[in-house]
Design a binder for this molecule. Sequence first.
Ligand code: NAI
Length: 209
Amino acid sequence: MIKGKDGTIIPKVVIERLPRYYRYFDWLENKMEKISSKKLGDLIGSSASQVRLDLSYFGDFGQQGYGYNIKKLKHELVKILHINIERKFIIVGAGNIGRALTRYNIFKDTDFTLKALFDINPALIGEKIKGVTIYDVKELGAFVKENSIDIAIIAVPKDAANDISAILIQNGIKGILNFAPLDLNVQESFPVENIHIIDKILALSFMIS
Ligand code: NAI
């Protein structure tokens, strides 16, 4: 549960929209000084009132008749999203997805770092992708604990995912980004984000019918 500046509980949907705001502010930063809630809403596909409500949870950033100062609000979002805090990541599963994520510079402009990959396939152990080493999954628990890893990305086959998440949690991981096509068997309060591209495709297919 995350609370806003005056102690109100911030709905998860609002938190999920914040990275989107951040991305737009990052893009707009060198293009303009300020933006109205209407224009911002148009950009992110939301209404002006929704934008004002979303941002009001975190402080009084907007000014009537002026809008939002882009640099200032981006700076606030960096603090709110903890983008300025060092976060250590690992990826479990060095197959198609694990490799693609490692090759693509997902943590650009953040203080997040990818510390290691893990795999069960002996042929992959010791290989480096973009300078990041693939370790034997047997070393996973000890590595997470010793290096105080914050977040793990699970990119292993479905059947292995729950065992991996159990090892991660036992060793102090704080959050999981899960690509495996199942709901992980974790406590409800444990932070998990799932990425299921097929869900998006089905939703799109439904929307165009
Ligand atoms: P992949 O087969 O290319 O790679 C999986 C890797 O996990 C392999 O290198 C394998 O050796 C390793 N592995 C297997 N068991 C392991 C274990 N116990 N511990 C550590 N490593 C282990 O698979 P791909 O294409 O990268 O997909 C990864 C996962 O993501 C699969 O569960 C797949 O179904 C899922 N997926 C999810 C998508 C999504 O939208 N979320 C889209 C495509 C795939």
